[in-house]
Design a protein around this ligand. Structure first.
Ligand code: HEM
Length: 350
């Protein structure tokens, strides 16, 4: 697994884990996705600065504490959850599609967590990326290329021909389920990893569930009400989430290579392994906004014990690295990973 710490843009891991099956065409599809997203970032960067191609609109980047629970059974002790301890963290809340975009428009909503001071991680950090739906509207890299090729005419992706056998009805259903949710406060909703990861020596998915009282700031005034409601909420009280894992107990109905399929909670419940506290704070300084903009979150920042699994995660390894490097190059900003103290950063080699 040592070679995983060397990130070479354009390459996917040579050796998939025992749970993975690499389909034909994945390497070519990954290169096509990278090239298309890089072109989009370059085009959009005409209106500087260059931004993330996905999840470009941040509602806020906040400091947090991630406390691994004390009383976990041995089966839930792995990676960063190996010992009870508290990590300092950053949490970036985002919209999925392009910016500027009115928060009233249906979208995927993101919660990206970055733990700092993670010994054994090549980046020194452990990132957990989540959205507000348990499933994804594409199965694999090849399908993602079809999604990209459809451009703004998504009907071409869902109904590629008159032949009903080519219809992507599950994908349409997942897309609708994601973007039709009414979201008024990022602190009041639940998030899922969507794709699987290792939890020690078995696959898992993870999820963050709000665990405190719901915030009452839910006005939908103006295009950026999610930022406004986040700011008002955190100026009034701290927020809390349970961070939970769902272990893969039934391989036949809990696929690793198909994130369109939900792992059903009756088959394996999500179990809390950590508690996230987002203290009362004001996060809207220009310095903090710029710091957050320059961070890079990727499922591949972290411990081997939480190695990302499945085709969509293999694609993300190359793509996130390339897009992060590109936007930092265009903006002339160094890529840096924050260290244990929220105010300290170090150059990023991964
Ligand atoms: C083939 C599938 C995917 C592609 C091509 C893709 C692409 C990207 C890219 C290019 C970025 C910006 C990276 C950067 O510049 O630092 C990004 C960010 C993000 N992606 Fe994905 N993504 C995919 C799947 C997913 C999935 C399944 C999730 C579900 C959790 C997800 C959640 C996120 C989130 C939350 C962010 C924002 C991270 C931040 O706050 O900086 N993505 N994605």
């Amino acid at each position: 697994m040592d070679n995983l710490s060397v990130q070479i843009p354009g390459l996917i891991p040579e050796a998939p884990s025992p749970w993975e099956v690499v389909p034909q065409g994945e390497a070519q599809a990954t290169q096509a996705i990278e090239a298309a997203l890089a072109a989009q970032v370059r085009t959009a960067a005409v209106n500087a600065p260059a931004r993330r191609d996905a999840h470009p609109k941040a509602h806020g980047c906040v400091t947090a504490e991630f406390r691994v629970l004390d009383d976990l059974p041995a089966s839930l002790r792995a990676g960063v959850f190996d010992q009870p301890r508290t990590y300092q963290a950053w949490v970036r809340f985002s919209n999925g599609f392009e910016t500027p975009r009115d928060d009233k428009i249906g979208d995927a909503r993101g919660m990206a967590i970055k733990l700092m001071g993670v010994e054994g991680s090549p980046s020194g950090t452990q990132d957990f990326l989540m959205i507000n739906n348990p499933t994804l509207f594409v199965r694999d890299a090849v399908d993602y290329v079809a999604f990209q090729s459809a451009g703004s005419n998504l009907l071409r992706f869902f109904f590629p021909s008159w032949n009903p056998f080519t219809f992507r009805l599950r994908e349409l259903w997942v897309m609708r389920a994601t973007i039709s949710q009414t979201v008024t406060n990022m602190l009041n909703i639940r998030y899922w990893s969507v794709t699987p990861y290792l939890f020690g020596d078995m696959p898992c998915k993870f999820s963050a569930k709000p665990s405190g009282p719901a915030f009452a700031f839910n006005a939908t005034v103006g295009p950026n009400f999610l930022r406004d409601n986040l700011a008002k909420s955190l100026s009034s009280a701290e927020a809390a989430f349970d961070f939970c894992v769902q272990l893969r107990t039934k391989p036949e109905s809990m696929p690793v290579e198909d994130p369109r399929i939900e792992w059903r909670e009756p088959d394996s419940p999500f179990i809390p392994v950590a508690h996230i506290t987002i203290p009362k704070q004001s996060f809207e300084t220009p310095e903090q906004t710029a710091f957050c903009e320059n961070l890079s979150f990727t499922p591949w920042h972290g411990l081997d014990a939480h190695r990302p699994l499945g085709g969509i995660n293999r694609v993300r390894r190359a793509v996130y690295e390339t897009i992060s490097r590109l936007r930092h190059d265009i903006n002339g900003t160094p890529r840096q990973e924050p260290t244990a103290s929220p105010t300290h950063i170090r150059p990023s080699s991964v």
